[in-house]
Write a protein that binds this ligand. Structure first.
Ligand code: ATP
Ligand code: MG
Length: 283
């Protein structure tokens, strides 16, 4: 079967998590900073290390079969690719932001103003949808300094914590889009058995990240209370302990309501709670 190619960011915010995801999928490869291509030794896959801007087009044009890239880049390049899996990392928002001198307060105040951005296509569509006629100034980086230099009245840029905006005297006032890293493929390729196999591995790694493995001890008379807390999950494994009347309960708990569940378990008598990460969940 033809070797697949996956394009990931060579260096930058998505590189480390992309490499980690592929390694967690059980793929063995060398990750030299200098190499542009790496061959996976235990799966028919080659990894191409690229600028993130080039990834959507490489996938659309079939130079790579798969890619890991931010949705912001996909939307900006306006390519037609298949979203195979949202990956939950690289989360950020494309936001409008203005100097904190209070002159621009709402979207309509942007009419006739200049907005600096590295995302002209996304911004153009957003402004058109909101009936705002503004002048878009495309710059490739350091957008946040544009208002201070007198280059624009506002900016439209990626934000995760907002720290960079703040330190440049800017206040965010509108979300243009939310973004996260996504695994993309070429449309029509979804049935390729190698892609199906890789996607299943990715999904099993993501599922495992969302859950923890929990082992706890409880008196048998309180077992039903624990079981009712775990409703919705397949019934837990219950193992008798050497001490008469006590059992160990093994179960999985979703990361998002983990602390709630643990305190509820303690409240009904759970002791010696041990929590372990899960590497993969294969359904
Ligand atoms: P390249 O050299 O590959 O072109 P880049 O400088 O364009 O890299 P990075 O800054 O490494 O890109 O960001 C890569 C992606 O990380 C962004 O496109 C976005 O999807 C995501 N991201 C997450 N948080 C942020 C943030 N605070 N600022 C910018 N991008 C972010
Ligand atoms: Mg880039």
């Amino acid at each position: 079967m033809k070797t697949l190619k996956i394009a990931i960011q060579k260096s930058g915010r998505l590189n480390e998590k992309s490499v980690e995801l592929l390694k967690n999928c059980g793929l063995s490869f060398e990750n030299y900073k200098s190499s542009l291509i790496s061959t996976v030794s235990n799966f028919p896959l080659e990894i191409l290390f690229l600028r993130d801007d080039d990834i959507p087009e490489y996938v659309q044009d079939g130079i790579a079969d798969l890619g890991i890239v931010g949705e912001n880049v996909i939307n900006e390049t306006e390519v037609d690719v298949a979203y195979l899996q949202m990956l939950g990392f690289g989360k950020c928002s494309l936001k409008l932001a203005v100097p904190n001198n209070g002159q621009i307060q709402s979207l309509s105040d942007l009419s006739g103003k200049a907005i600096a951005t590295s995302y002209p296509n996304i911004l153009k569509k957003f402004l058109a949808k909101n009936n705002v006629a503004a002048d878009i100034r495309t710059i490739s980086g350091s957008v946040e300094i544009a208002p201070g230099l007198g280059l624009s009245d506002a900016i439209c840029d990626l934000v995760s914590t907002g720290g960079t905006l703040k330190s440049n005297g800017l206040i965010p006032f509108g979300d243009v889009m939310h973004s996260q890293a996504v695994l993309i493929g070429r449309k029509g390729d979804e049935q390729n058995p190698l892609i199906v196999e890789l996607l299943q591995r990715v999904q099993s790694v993501l599922r495992a990240k969302e859950t923890k493995y929990v082992v706890l001890n409880i008196e048998r008379k309180n077992l039903d209370a624990i079981k009712s807390l775990l409703s919705g999950i397949k019934s837990p494994t219950v193992v008798p302990l050497a001490e008469e009347g006590w059992v160990a309960v093994h179960t999985v708990v979703a990361e998002k309501d983990f602390w709630d569940k643990i305190s509820q378990m303690k409240a009904v008598g759970a002791q010696g709670i041990v929590v372990m990460p899960i590497e993969k969940i294969i359904l």
